[in-house]
Design a protein around this ligand. Structure first.
Ligand code: PEP
Ligand code: MG
Length: 570
């Protein structure tokens, strides 16, 4: 039995066999061959196997994920049957007597390069298709298995180096019982999604992919951040009990589902949910969310090969607004970049993606993308209580520009005779220290703030939120972070505005008492954290927490703050 320590990224216990989501080694040697005819046969057989495999994946995607996801595999099948690609490969094997792997790779690379250089989005996407198909055929030539999470058909724990948000979105909740990764932190987007999908997860183990083999029995302890590989039957039994106790605890919290969130001295705060897609609404309702405090719209743009149309976006926003039945819904405009990529935008690789061309920076430059989203939002605004929020605002100038574009689109829609809600609150994420420091000035112009601590902490501490090695510096309870949070809340209140928080800190048991004391108005978190947070707040007096907040702001270290919170809430 082996034991790994990592970061508890999503609560719960998972016990199942390991499924390694690790790219296989596709390296090979260039060889001269004796018998081109049999080499061509070998190539054709690999092509046939790839075709059968792709047809099965396409059919499965069609029934389980919908026609648009299946279309990706249809495009791959087209590439496979294209004689313009297969002809030159077979010619090369015949005339140059090279092995099939080399002929395939060289020919495919040439097409990829040619398509990528074209000034045409459609052709650029074909380059990506050819790359994918080449990998699949190469895997068959080499006799290795490509991984494919959408084909999983038994209960598993996924083991991966890292999971991208779009990998995570494709995981089938029915079979994927948990996951563990080598890298990542509590606020990497795969961790955030695991929480909203209620999949127990431990990230940042460093060596999961080295230590765990396919089929190993694995326990993922998402409560403590531990992974047990091939555990003893006694340990499995022990964990089944922990799992049952956790389920019972959840049943207790569930009794609060229809209650408002009020402290023991009757102060109301709003507990809202963070969502990524309209599908997450079910979880929000089941967990008694009083609103949506953050709709991360970028997931609408991911896992596909082109931008969503205005109509597609309108449908999604309308579904969320209607689903929340008049409760507030804060929609964040596109926040792409950092660990969330859109391959079809073909943005150049950056050395520091978290500090680069992302979110509002991209939207202000690529205005077509931004305007389409704003139009969809404005049109949907009449179906509920919409609030719009801009991400990654660093200067007042950015906010003013974004607001001006919004106003222009509103005017255009009105001129076209389209209805738009009379009042749509307009706010910003406070996730860059410059904006927190200047919050008093911003508060004069915005309707609300939502503090994005996931990024605010990484920028304040200069510690990458994805990097396990510096995770010791990623300190939500550091007095430095708490002081910034206080500045933002006070600045909002001084102008009669409200302040919320949608970073993961808002659902954190140690942070909540201090945030209540600092006067935070809205706490937005993974839906699955809401009931636990409500139960905690019910037992706290705001007046006591105000004293606690005043004390911890003057402390020196995170450890002192944690000790003070524990003392005040025991
Ligand atoms: C944040 O930065 O706190 C936030 C909520 O945004 P994201 O996690 O999507 O960067
Ligand atoms: Mg952020």
């Amino acid at each position: 039995m082996t034991f790994l320590n990592g970061i508890a990224a999503s609560n719960g216990i998972a016990i199942a066999k390991a499924y390694r989501l690790v790219e296989p080694n596709l390296s090979f040697e260039n060889k001269t061959i004796e018998d081109p005819a049999s080499e061509i046969e070998r190539f054709r057989s690999a092509m046939d196997k790839s075709k059968n495999e792709l047809e099965a994946i396409r059919d499965r995607a069609n029934t389980e994920l919908g026609a648009d996801k299946a279309a990706i595999f249809e495009a791959h099948l087209l590439v496979l049957s294209d004689p313009e690609l297969t002809g030159p490969i077979e010619d090369k094997i015949q005339s140059e007597k090279v092995n099939a792997e080399a002929a395939l790779k060289e020919t495919a690379d040439m097409f990829v390069m040619m398509f990528e250089q074209m000034d045409n989005e459609y052709m650029k996407e074909r380059a990506a298709d050819i790359r994918d198909v080449t990998k699949r055929v190469l895997a068959h030539l080499l006799g290795v298995q490509l991984v494919n999470p959408s084909m999983i058909a038994e209960e598993v724990v996924i083991v991966a180096e890292d999971l991208t948000p779009s990998d995570t979105a494709q995981l089938n909740r029915q079979y994927v019982k948990g996951f563990t990764t080598d890298i990542g932190g509590r606020t990497s987007h795969s961790a955030i999604m695991a929480r909203s999908m209620e999949i127990p997860a431990v990230v940042g183990t460093r060596t999961a992919t080295k230590d765990i083999n396919n089929g190993d029995m694995v326990i993922v302890d998402g409560l403590k951040g531990e992974v047990h590989i091939n555990p003893t039957p006694e340990l499995i039994e022990q964990y089944r009990k922990i799992h049952e106790e956790y389920e019972m605890q959840k049943a207790e919290w569930a009794k609060l589902v229809n209650e408002k969130t009020v402290s023991a001295d009757n102060h109301h705060v709003e507990l809202a949910a963070n969502i990524g897609t309209p599908n997450d609404l079910k979880g929000v309702i089941e967990n008694g969310g009083e609103g949506v405090g953050l709709y991360r719209t970028e997931f609408l743009y991911m896992g596909r090969d082109q931008l969503p149309t205005e109509e597609e976006q309108f449908d999604a926003y309308k579904a969320v607004l209607e689903g929340m039945n008049g409760k507030p819904v804060v929609v964040r405009t596109l926040d792409i970049g950092g660990d969330k990529e859109l391959p079809y935008l073909h943005l150049p690789k950056e050395l520091n993606p978290f500090l680069g061309f992302r979110a509002i920076r991209l939207c202000l430059e690529e205005q077509d993308i931004f305007r389409t989203q704003l139009r969809a939002l404005l049109r949907a605004s009449i179906y509920g209580n919409l609030k719009i929020m801009f991400p990654m605002i660093a200067t007042l100038d950015e906010f003013r520009q974004a607001k001006a574009i919004l106003e222009e689109e509103k005017q255009k829609l009105t001129n076209e005779g389209q209805k738009v809600a009379d009042k749509i609150e307009l706010g910003i994420m406070v996730e860059i220290p410059s904006t927190a420091v200047l919050a008093d000035q911003f508060a004069k112009e915005v309707d609300f703030f939502s503090i994005g601590t996931n990024d605010l902490i990484q920028y304040t501490m200069a510690a990458d939120r994805m990097n396990q090695r510096v995770s010791y510096l990623y300190q939500p309870y550091s007095p430095s972070i708490l002081r910034l949070v206080k500045m933002v809340i006070d600045a909002a209140h001084a102008e009669g505005k409200w302040a919320g928080m949608c970073g993961e800190m808002a659902g954190d048991e140690t942070a909540i008492p201090v945030l209540l004391g600092l006067g935070l108005d809205e706490f937005s978190m993974s839906a699955t954290s809401i009931l636990k947070a409500r139960s905690l707040i019910k037992n706290l007096k705001k007046s006591d927490m105000e004293q606690l907040a005043a004390t911890v702001l003057n402390m020196q270290t995170t450890d002192q703050v944690i000790a003070a919170v524990n003392e005040a809430t025991k």
